[in-house]
Design a protein around this ligand. Structure first.
Ligand SMILES: [Zn+2]
Length: 319
């Protein structure tokens, strides 16, 4: 099965940079932290399935992850999508720990640490994704392949209550066996290999990542962000000192010749994948334009332009 790997979304990477470079006194800091926790749980949930995908009996087909596509009226997002000639699996992942149960009125409830949280019925979410995908297949004249939604609770500390009756809602341990068994029940071929390949291609091309401007949403100004090269070992927004050909943390005394690389990655994640020397000097908080020039020369993938107008490509740091 051809697979594309779950990567951290642009949004999650931006949230990580914002948390590293904002002071915890920043008014919206905890809102950002909350959003980061949600996005990280989604990413960890999707990633935690990889080991279990090794046990699937599907040899021929495509596996797409974190796709976001425009449906009939709005965008819909699928955590994992497996395309085969007989069936298509939509896999919705929930990374929640504790007891998960379903009320008589169909509400999902998570109980953890003595607290109860109500959340959206994930199976209903997967059914909506199914409808949207059916619509997409129809408008692009693909054969109507059966679509089978599955919900996986991926946290190793999630306990599914017996009140959850839908067989398509499973734990991580049940996932591979359940999917294999279901796959075997779809015997009829609906789509030939060539058309399946085109469908996979269409979905890859239609995939559009969410691009919310987080700095606008959280009213962050450039002056709110901590500039400079941060120490990776301290994890407390400690700025490193620039020595000759090296960086040093004044707190833990860690030395790291390549510490500027991560700071430049932060710039690329937050603003744009290219940088000019004066921007790098400002962002890395350097006194000398010669130093930023030297660092850019060794870090950037390539450059275009001459002298002060030179633009350095940092895309190698974010892919
Ligand atoms: Zn340090």
């Amino acid at each position: 099965m051809k697979r594309n790997i779950t990567r951290k979304s642009k949004q999650l990477l931006q949230l990580e940079v914002l948390l590293a470079r904002l002071s915890s006194n920043y008014p919206k800091y905890y809102k950002i932290k909350e959003q980061h926790a949600r996005e990280l749980a989604g990413y960890l949930g999707e990633s935690s399935l990889y080991y279990h995908f090794n046990f699937l009996e599907i040899t021929d087909g495509y596996h797409l992850t974190s796709i976001r596509i425009r449906g009939k009226q709005f965008y819909f997002q699928i955590d994992h999508l497996i395309l085969t000639q007989c069936v298509c699996f939509i896999i919705e992942v929930k990374h929640r720990k504790g007891l998960v149960k379903c009320s008589e009125r169909g509400q999902y409830i998570q109980e953890y640490n003595g607290q109860q949280k109500v959340f959206e019925d994930p199976y209903l979410q997967a059914l909506i994704q199914k409808k949207q995908l059916e619509y997409l297949l129809a408008i692009h004249n693909f054969p109507l392949l059966p679509i089978h939604p599955i919900v996986v609770f991926s946290h190793d500390q999630s306990l599914l209550d017996t009140s959850i009756q839908t067989p398509n809602v499973v734990t991580l341990q049940q996932f591979a066996d359940y999917l294999n068994e279901t796959y075997r029940s779809y015997k009829q071929v609906f789509i030939n290999k060539h058309t399946l390949k085109s469908l996979n291609q269409l979905l890859i091309e239609s995939n559009t990542q969410l691009t919310t401007n987080l700095q606008e949403r959280y009213l962050i100004k450039k002056t709110d962000l901590k500039l400079g090269v941060l120490c990776q070992s301290c994890k407390q927004n400690i700025l490193m000192r620039c020595l000759v050909g090296n960086w040093e943390c004044p707190r833990c005394l860690t030395k790291d010749k390549l510490a500027h690389k991560d700071a430049l990655r932060h710039f690329a994640v937050l603003y744009k994948p290219t940088i000019m020397n004066h921007e790098a000097k400002w962002w890395l908080k350097l006194d000398s334009a010669n130093t930023s020039y030297r660092l850019l020369k060794q870090t950037a993938k390539s450059y275009t332009g001459k002298n002060k107008g030179r633009i350095y490509d940092l895309s190698n740091l974010i892919t």
